[in-house]
Design a binder for this molecule. Structure first.
Ligand code: GLU
Length: 521
């Protein structure tokens, strides 16, 4: 094991959209592989043709690309020395049948000819006998039609006649199966709890259990990282390696903790209603007709998504929360992955996006904002849009919020916050607005500093506290009571626009009716 090259595979089944739990598995594998200068492989586990979903494979590839965690080997990424990387194609190599035969020959697997009716009848029998977990195992197989109960001649005959059959693993009774998981430590399971898993199906396709082992061996995988839901089948896998005499080739195992709902009650569902996506990209399932929104389409940055995911179950051992992908590679280890479930936090997820949004330059943000402006038929100068981004980004989690919070930079308001007007608009303040408009007209330079000074001086001269008119002034300019730094906004709008807006607001709001406020037009 010591000298093995580090090779990790991400091995999804194309049975649907890859949700964020799947991406986390890929991410942890990627981080470990990169940290140790190893390979990160994408293998498509498509042996269950009945569950194959069109578009799922492409979705997996596009998701990994968007997240920036690209395999250096595998389907969609230029293949590599162990091609093909799709199990349906690997079947043609005859490898699965070869290993299955090896297990048969060494007496660790057997043919089973039971029909689905016979299997159903078995289950019912066991249920009636109050067996807690009815399964095909070392006890129940004795009453079934398989090469352990039938005579050799009969088995030969059935095989010669191409009678539908599967190959099952022959799990011993009452033996200890011990294995090590890098995250969980040593695990011991009694083989009585382990069923005789099907290895090769009647259509000649391997099941996941056999196929992934054969491929991990053939592809020289050093570490197999997967979700906790696979832990119960690990004992069967250990036995298969043992019976093949390939224990040394077995990858080190790491079963990742579950991702839990926000309240910690149960596994996070792909139908979660927190308003935060569960899928990296939009996903439409043709079979069920269900659609799911993606992180990408909801305005999340891939870096924020990845950063958030990395901390779902892993911790750096410090208080650092913001990590670039490169920093994650450096900091990552399986020792710091928790055994217990990781709670998903929708608010924190948005917070991560906000941190990355703040880290972007105004130019980058403007590039992202332009399509939104175009959609609204707004034509604006690059520099102006960059400045708007600079002002509105402080309060936003997403670029899409720039429009909601800053449309007035591009379109003069026609409605004014009724509550503020009702509270603040009166003869005295209306007068102030008029005077300040005149004062502004006389300014030669129109910076935040100067306009603020002029504003305050005017208020003082009129005996009005700046606080009394500040918000009203803002509403006259933008229509809304909150927003970015007021005089920065004034500077950006510029003298002509500010004067025009103040005059328009004054004409809209007059004649004022004290106490009742003025209805926004
Ligand atoms: N094909 C399995 C899945 O869809 C892979 C499990 C593993 O990594 O061994 O999750």
């Amino acid at each position: 094991m010591e000298n093995r090259r580090v090779r990790l595979r991400f091995a999804p089944s194309p049975t649907g959209g890859l949700h964020m739990g799947g991406i986390r598995t890929a991410l942890f594998s990627y981080l470990f592989a990169k940290k140790h200068g190893g390979d990160f492989i994408l293998r498509i586990e498509d042996t269950d043709q009945t569950r194959y979903v069109n578009g799922a494979e492409e979705y997996i590839i596009n998701s990994l690309k968007w997240c920036g965690i690209e395999p250096n080997e595998g389907v969609g990424f230029g293949d590599g020395p162990y091609a093909p990387y799709r199990q349906s194609e690997r079947k043609e190599l005859g490898i699965y049948a070869k290993y299955a035969k090896q297990l048969i020959d060494s007496g660790h697997a057997y043919y089973a000819f039971d029909t689905s009716e016979e299997l159903d009848a078995m289950r019912k029998r066991l249920e009636a006998a109050k067996v807690a977990a009815p399964q095909y195992n070392s006890v129940s197989r004795q009453n079934m039609r398989n090469s352990l109960t039938l005579s050799e001649d009969e088995v030969k005959k059935l095989l010669a006649e191409n009678t539908p059959h599967v190959i099952r693993l022959k799990v011993p009774r009452n033996e200890e199966v011990r294995f090590h998981d890098i995250i969980r430590g040593w695990i011991v399971v009694n083989s009585t709890q382990v069923d005789d898993k099907v290895l090769l199906k009647s259509d000649g396709m391997p099941t996941y259990h056999l196929a992934h082992i054969v491929d991990d061996i053939e592809m020289e995988v050093s570490h197999a990282v997967r979700g906790e839901e696979w832990l119960p089948s690990a004992p069967s896998h250990i036995l298969i390696y043992k019976y093949l005499g390939l224990e040394e080739k077995m990858p080190l195992l790491a079963h990742l903790p579950l991702i839990l709902k926000t309240d910690g009650n149960g596994k996070l569902s792909k139908r979660d209603k927190s308003g935060i996506p569960m899928f990296p990209l939009n996903w439409h399932d043709e079979r069920t007709g269900e659609s799911y929104v993606g992180y990408r389409e909801s305005g999340f940055f891939p870096e924020a998504f990845i950063n958030m995911l990395a901390l779902l179950g892993w911790n750096p051992g410090t208080t650092q929360e913001i990590f670039s992908l490169e920093e994650l590679v450096q900091a990552f280890s399986f020792e710091r992955v928790n055994k217990s479930g990781a709670k998903f936090d929708p608010e924190k997820t948005k917070w991560f996006n906000q941190q990355y949004l703040r880290m972007k330059s105004d130019k980058e943000l403007a590039e992202l904002f332009f399509p939104i402006l175009k959609d609204k038929n707004i034509v604006a100068e690059q520099k102006f849009v960059e400045e708007v981004c600079r002002l509105v980004k402080e309060k936003a989690h997403f670029v899409s919020e720039f429009w909601v919070g800053g449309s007035y930079f591009f379109i003069a308001p026609t409605t004014f916050d009724a509550d503020v007007i009702k509270k603040r608009w009166n003869e005295q303040t209306a007068n102030f607005i008029k005077t300040v408009t005149e004062t502004f007209k006389g300014l030669n330079t129109f910076t935040a500093l100067e306009t603020e000074a002029a504003f305050k001086a005017t208020a003082e001269a009129q005996g009005i506290g700046a606080g009394q008119v500040m918000q009203l002034f803002r509403v006259c300019l933008s229509g809304v009571g909150g927003g970015p730094m007021l005089f920065e906004m004034v500077e950006l709008l510029g003298k002509d626009e500010v004067v025009k807006r103040l005059e328009t607001a004054a004409s809209y709001l007059n004649p004022f009716s004290n106490g009742e406020g003025v209805k926004p037009s």
